[in-house]
Ligand binder design. Sequence first.
Ligand code: OAD
Length: 236
Amino acid sequence: MKKLVILTGAGMSAESGISTFRDSGGLWEQHRVEDVATIEGYMRNPKLVLDFYNERRRQLPLVKPCRGHELVAALEQWFDVTVITQNVDDLHERAGSTKVIHLHGELMKATSTDEPNDPTQIVTLDEDHMDIHIGDKAADGSQLRPFIVWFGEAVPEIERAAEISSQADIYVVIGTSLNVYPAAGLVQFVPDHSPVYLIDPKDVPWSSGHRYRHIKKGASEGMEELTEMLKLIAED
Ligand code: OAD
C-alpha cells in the first residue's frame, strides 16, 4: 500500500464547530497567546491557563467529527495512512483514524508540571474527570498540567513526524495557516517526486519549494474531491 501522510490543523475541525486560532473570530483574538499558551503564562497564572484548557476540553463531548475527518479515516481502505495533526482534539481518532501523531499534545491528557514529556507522568482524562484543578497532582507530586505543547516548548513528536513525512508517497495538508514551526516545516521533508495536495479555503504562505495542488475548499468538501482523485491513484 502507498504511504499517505496527512498534516492537519485547526481548519480540519472548524466544521465540527471548534474555532480556529487565526481566522477572524478565532481563539487568538479572544485570548493572549502569552497568557494561555506559554510556560511563562502558566507559571504567572496557572488557574487562568487550567481554566482555558478545561473550557476547551468540555467542548469535546459536545462536538463530533465532520465529514472531512470521516473521509480521512476512510482512506485507510486504500492507503497506509498516518495523520500528523496540530490539533489537540480527538476528532481524528473518533472518526476512526488508527495512526494519529499529535504534534501539539492532546486535550484529553494531563501530565506533570516538572516532567511534562515523561511518559510515566501522562494520564488520560475522561468524561467524569474533565477538569484539572489547582492542587491536582501528577504521579511525581508536581501540579498536574494539560498535556499541551506550549509556545517555546520542545515538540517531542517532531522527529517522528519528519521521518514519516520523508517516507510519504502522497502528502496532504488540510486547514493549517502554516504559521507555527516546526510543524509548518514538515512539508520540506516530503520527497520531491511525491505529490502534495492542500485543502484550505484560503491561500496559505507556502515556504517549501515543493509544488502542490490547491483544492480551495473547506475540509469536508475538499476531502470529497480529493478522495475521488486518490482512489484513482490507489488503483495504479
Ligand atoms: P490557524 O487558525 O492558524 O489556521 C487555520 C487554517 O484553517 C487557515 O489557513 C484557514 O484558512 C483554514 N480553515 C478555516 N476554515 C476551514 C475549513 N472549514 N476547512 C479547511 N480549512 C479551513 O490554525 P493552525 O494552523 O492549526 O498551537 O495553528 C497552528 C497552531 O497554532 C495550533 O496547533 C496552535 C496554534 O497556536 C498551539 O496552541 C501550540
